[in-house]
Design a protein around this ligand. Structure first.
Ligand code: SF4
Length: 489
C-alpha cells in the first residue's frame, strides 16, 4: 500500500507514489490488463500543447474552506486563475444550504524579479501578518509556486513561526507547477497540508461520514439519515473546526477516487478512519454495491437493503423509459480520471454507446490499495469495454482531431475549456458542474433527461459550427490523433 508520510513537508507526487501516467491510447480492457500485470508504461509525447498546474488544484481544495484565507507565495501571475474558485464558492453555496456565502480571501505575495534574487521570506512573513490582522481567519493556507520553490524560500519555517505567533494553523502547501505532470498532485498537496496541520488526533467517535468531494449538491444526507449519520463534507464549505474532527468519523467516502484517494488513505493510515472499499455510486450496479458496502461498514446491512429497494422502485421505471428514448445514441467523454469513469458508467446504464474518452491521467492504484474502489474496473466489470480510451493531460489538439473523426451524438465534458470544442464542431455538448448530478439512481434520471434535452435541441451548436473558424489546420486534422504519442524523439 502506498505509504502516507505526514512527517514530510511535501507530498510525494502521483508519478512516484501511484505510478500515474498521462499518455496511453487503446481500449479500457488493454489499460486494465497492463495495470494488473504491472506493465503499464507512460507513453511520452513529442509535442505537448499545454499542462495543468498543481498550484491551482491545491487552491481549489483550500480556497473553499469557509473561514480560511489563501496566500499564493509567488509572482502574481500564478494566482491569476484563482478568482474562479471565489465564483464557484458563491454559485454553489445554495446547493449546501448556505444562503450568505462569505467572501473568499485570496492574496499573492507578488514576488518580483528582485525578490527571486534576494529571497521572498520577509515578504511572506509580512503578508501572513497583514492578512491575519485584516481578515481574522481561523486558518491560513500558503500555496507555493515555481518561483518560491526554485529560490528555496523557507516557507515551512515561516509558516511554523507565524503559527506560534498568531495562535491559528498556518499551513504550508508545496504545490509548485514543476513538481508533477499530473495536476491532481495539487489536490494531494492541499490534503497533505490539511492532514498534517488541521486534522487533530481523534478523541471520540462521531456519527459522521467524511464525504471527500468538490462542491456538488448534497445527495448524501437523504441516504445517511437512514443510517443515523450525517455527512462531513471535505473540503468545500467545511470549516477549520469541521476538518479538525474528520479523524473522528466512522468512515470516509469520496465522490471520485481520483480526488479523495490521498486524504482517505491519510485518515485511514494515521487515524484509523476506514475508507469505503467501493467505486463511487454512479450507475445501478455501482450504487447497489456502494450502499451495501456502507451498510456493512456501519453494521446496518438491512438499512442498505431498504434504501436500495425503495430507490429502485422510485427511480428505475424512469431509467427504463429514458433508455428506450436514448436507444442508438452515441457519446464521447472528456473529464478527469475518476469522474470520467463514472460518466462512462452513467452512459452505459442509459444504453448510450460510448465511442471513446479522453481522460486526463490514470492512477493504476489508489492510496488505500483497493481495486474495488477503482471506478474503471467497476465500469468495465458492469458494462464491458470502451474503445478509443485516451489518457491525455488535456491535450486539446488530440481531442479536436478525435471528435472531428468520431462525431458522436453528444460530448460529455467536465471542464469548461473542453466543451466548446464539441460545440464548435456542431456536436451537442453537455457540461454539468455539479459532480453529484449523476450520482445514485436519481442521477441516471437527471443525466438521461439532460442528454435528451441537449441532443434534441442542437440548433445552436449547428449554427455555431457554421460560423466558427477551426484554429487547427487541415493537415493536423488528417493526421492520426495520437501521432505525437509514444515518440519522444
Ligand atoms: S506552472 Fe509554476 S509558474 Fe506556472 S502558474 Fe504554476 S506555479 Fe506559476
Amino acid at each position: 500500500m502506498p505509504e502516507v508520510n505526514l512527517h514530510a513537508s511535501a507530498v510525494a507526487v502521483r508519478e512516484i507514489r501511484l505510478n500515474t501516467i498521462t499518455g496511453f491510447t487503446g481500449k479500457a480492457t488493454e489499460l486494465l490488463a497492463q495495470q494488473r500485470c504491472g506493465g503499464l508504461v507512460d507513453q511520452p509525447r513529442s509535442f505537448t500543447q499545454c499542462l495543468g498546474c498543481s498550484t491551482s488544484n491545491a487552491a481549489c481544495m483550500v480556497t473553499l474552506v469557509q473561514d480560511g484565507v489563501v496566500i499564493s507565495h509567488g509572482p502574481v501571475g500564478c494566482s491569476s486563475c484563482l478568482h474562479e474558485f471565489a465564483f464557484t464558492y458563491r454559485v454553489n453555496a445554495p446547493l449546501r444550504g448556505i444562503s450568505h456565502a462569505s467572501q473568499r480571501h485570496i492574496y499573492s505575495t507578488n514576488l518580483s524579479e528582485e525578490d527571486t534574487v534576494f529571497g521572498g521570506n520577509q515578504k511572506l512573513a509580512d503578508t501572513i501578518r497583514a492578512v491575519a490582522s485584516r481578515d481574522d481567519p481561523r486558518v491560513i493556507f500558503i500555496i507555493t509556486t515555481c518561483a518560491s520553490g526554485i529560490i528555496g524560500d523557507d516557507v515551512e519555517g515561516i509558516a511554523d513561526q507565524a503559527e506560534e505567533e498568531l495562535g491559528i494553523p498556518v499551513v504550508a502547501i508545496f504545490c509548485e507547477g514543476f513538481r508533477s505532470k499530473v495536476w491532481t498532485s495539487g489536490f494531494d498537496a492541499g490534503y497533505h497540508g490539511i492532514a498534517r496541520k488541521l486534522v487533530r488526533p481523534p478523541r471520540q467517535k462521531r456519527p459522521i461520514i467524511n464525504v471527500i468531494n468538490f462542491w456538488g449538491s448534497d445527495i448524501f444526507s437523504r441516504w445517511f439519515k437512514r443510517f443515523d449519520v450525517t455527512p462531513n463534507f471535505i473540503t468545500p464549505y467545511a470549516t477549520a473546526e469541521s476538518l479538525s474532527y474528520s479523524s473522528e468519523a466512522l468512515a470516509s467516502v469520496q465522490a471520485c477516487t481520483t480526488l479523495g484517494s490521498y486524504l482517505s488513505g491519510a485518515l485511514e493510515q494515521h487515524y484509523g478512519v476506514p475508507a469505503l472499499r467501493a467505486a463511487p455510486p454512479y450507475g445501478v450496479a455501482a450504487t447497489d454495491r456502494w450502499l451495501r458496502a456502507l451498510g456493512a461498514l456501519l453494521g446496518k446491512p438491512e438499512v442498505a437493503e431498504a434504501i436500495i429497494a425503495d430507490d429502485h422502485e422510485q427511480f428505475l421505471p424512469q431509467v427504463h423509459e429514458l433508455r428506450a428514448r436514448l436507444k442508438g445514441r452515441s457519446a464521447y467523454v472528456t473529464a478527469g480520471a475518476g469522474h470520467g469513469h463514472s460518466l462512462l458508467a452513467v452512459l452505459a446504464e442509459l444504453g448510450i454507446r460510448a465511442q471513446g474518452a479522453s481522460l486526463f491521467h490514470h492512477d493504476p492504484v489508489n492510496d488505500f490499495d483497493n481495486e474495488d474502489a477503482d471506478a474503471l474496473v467497476a465500469m468495465v466489470h458492469d458494462y464491458g469495454d470502451v474503445p478509443n480510451l485516451s489518457i491525455c493531460n488535456k491535450q486539446e489538439f488530440e481531442l479536436v482531431n478525435v471528435l472531428n473523426r468520431i462525431r458522436p451524438d453528444i460530448l460529455l465534458a467536465r471542464h469548461g475549456g473542453m466543451t466548446l470544442w464539441g460545440a464548435k464542431l456542431g456536436i451537442p455538448s453537455l457540461l454539468i458542474g455539479d459532480e453529484h448530478f449523476g450520482m445514485g439512481y436519481e442521477g441516471l434520471v437527471n443525466y438521461g433527461e439532460a442528454i435528451l434535452e441537449s441532443v434534441e435541441n442542437d440548433e445552436f451548436v449547428k449554427n455555431l459550427s457554421r460560423h466558427s473558424v477551426n484554429p487547427y489546420s487541415k493537415w493536423w486534422l488528417e493526421q492520426p490523433p495520437y501521432a505525437f504519442l509514444g515518440d519522444d524523439t
